[in-house]
Design a protein around this ligand. Structure first.
Ligand code: 4AD
Ligand code: MG
Length: 482
């Protein structure tokens, strides 16, 4: 029976026979004895295998090269060397998969992130990426656990949809029509009635609208699935395919929504701290090395672990968009004209503004509320009694240091007439949303929700610098490899 290395490293009884299987990270030694660092992915730590070369066929010894996959039977003993507590004295070795060490793309040395992206099929075998993907698993699990433990139901919104929830028109079309010769209407437009679904369909940008339908029946729901955006933003924080977590809660107002998001984010980050100590310790060191390469003024004031612990134990700052604009306008940064984009009431905050607020001004996570109606989606609840031209909606964005926006959410407009007038204002065809509007006709209620970008959370927790490096196979403009 195979034991995984994580279990083996936890054993306190030695001189026992074990079988272990994994990939060779390095082999060193002399003509008499070889020391192999073996990794099986269960932990960032390697297991040392000690091999008396003379006890084995020379072809077996030769085949133990970086990248090869081997099975070892042997005795687990207390280590005589430093650097590990135990090691395996090999009795039987089987080469499961040879590796041409010279051609193996993952050499035992530092590679650039760009190079590793080109080799995304093998990069999970590096320390950095295996750590990142173990943390990814832990966070995904923690998210499900949090919601399950708090009475939420996992709700599956569709991936293929005929509606643009965010109204930003950044959708990938889904069609089985012949792209070179699609059926046309008399006016020359494509006749989607002849398409697979009998309508124009796309990949979803958000599961929210269908999520709301779930909340209006089950009370508390959350979605956790892939979402797709054809926005051509080639930044370190945007993917064309990313995973989003969208809880939706009947009877929650914007205050309840803020309380939930803060509690939830603290819980999942705390879970990672508790359950991924080795990986986070490794990533903490890596983060420190990366920060050293940056200019002094761009460096994070805290280490990775320090940052994570800080988030878990400090209250988020809550303020309105209008207050945030005041802070930005009064900042010396603004007075010295250091913002690239203009600051004035009504703008969609740019990443530089969000980061100024969290990193320089408050030095902690911020929840901004009550954004101008004009820059937010149609479904957000409108505030009342406001000056014409200064109308706001009960939006809430959570901003994190080093990331900017990590969560977007709001209280929803539950009033049929108000929602309808907003739909007409922004030019959405209400015919397409008849089912959504029905919830406002039949037993409507105050409700709220938010969307957390899973990879943005991953960026924060792992301290990685680019969103392409926290998902196994990133999809970005001009790139859908693997
Ligand atoms: O702010 P957004 O667009 O909000 C929604 O989609 C709402 N329907 C959510 C809701 O209220 N249920 O997106 C939510 C989050 C952002 O805050 C960001 O973290 C992430 O999704 N996000 C992206 N992550 C990676 N790549 C992209 N292109 C992203 N676009 C948004
Ligand atoms: Mg947003």
């Amino acid at each position: 029976m195979k034991t995984n290395i994580k279990q083996i490293l936890g054993f306190s009884e030695f001189d026992r026979e074990i079988t272990v299987k994994g990939w060779v990270r390095t082999r060193r030694g002399s003509s008499n004895v070889s020391f192999v660092a073996l990794n099986d992915g269960s932990t960032i730590k390697n297991l040392q295998i000690v091999i008396e070369n003379d006890n084995f066929d020379v072809n077996i010894i030769k085949a133990i090269t970086t990248g090869a996959c081997i099975a070892v039977e042997g005795t687990l003993v207390k280590s005589q060397g430093s650097g590990q507590t135990c090691e395996v004295l090999a009795k039987k070795i089987e080469i499961l998969g040879e590796s041409d060490a010279d051609k193996y793309p993952i050499q035992p040395k530092a590679h650039t992130m760009e190079y590793l992206r080109e080799n995304a099929h093998l990069r999970p075998r590096t320390n950095t990426f295996s750590a990142v993907f173990r943390v990814r698993h832990a966070l995904a699990f923690a998210i499900h656990k949090y919601f399950n433990d708090n009475g939420f139901f996992y709700w599956h919104s569709p991936i293929i949809t005929a509606s643009d929830a965010e109204g930003a028109g950044q959708m990938f079309h889904v069609s089985t029509l012949n792209p070179t010769n699609p059926p046309k209407n008399e006016d020359g437009a494509i006749n989607y009635k002849e398409d697979f679904f009998g309508a124009e369909t796309s990949l979803t940008v958000s599961g929210q609208l269908e999520g709301e339908l779930g909340a209006m029946a089950l009370g508390l729901i959350y979605t956790f699935g892939p979402t797709f955006r054809a926005e051509n933003s080639n930044t370190a924080r945007h993917l064309a395919e990313f995973w989003m977590i969208e809880p939706e809660m009947a009877f929650y107002d914007i205050q309840d929504n803020m309380d939930l998001v803060e509690n939830f984010l603290k819980y999942v980050i705390h879970y990672a701290l508790e359950n991924c100590p080795d990986d986070l310790e490794f990533l903490d060191k890596r983060f420190a090395e990366e920060e050293k390469k940056k200019k002094q003024e761009e460096r994070s004031e805290m280490g990775l672990l320090e940052k994570l612990n800080f988030i878990v134990s400090n209250q988020f700052e809550r303020l309105t968009y209008t207050e945030a604009i005041e802070i930005l306008l009064n900042s010396s940064h603004h007075k010295k004209k250091k913002f690239e984009f203009e600051v004035k009431w009504g703008i969609d905050l740019q990443s530089e503004h969000e980061r100024y607020l969290v990193e320089k001004h408050f030095k902690k996570p911020v929840i901004l509320t009550n954004y101008p109606k004009a820059i937010k989606a149609f479904y957000m609840k409108q505030n009342e009694g406001e000056e014409v031209g200064k109308e706001t909606v009960r939006a809430m964005d959570v901003l994190f240091p080093g990331i900017g926006e990590i969560v977007g959410g709001s209280q929803r407009e539950e009033n049929y007439d108000k929602l309808m007038s907003r739909i007409n204002e922004v030019g959405i065809d209400p015919e397409n949303l008849w089912w959504y509007l029905d919830t406002r006709k039949f037993g409507t209620c105050p409700h709220s929700g938010f969307g957390l970008g899973f990879e943005r959370l991953m960026l924060f927790v792992t301290g990685m610098g680019n969103i392409r490096d926290v998902i196994p196979f990133p999809r970005t403009p001009q790139n859908a490899k693997f």
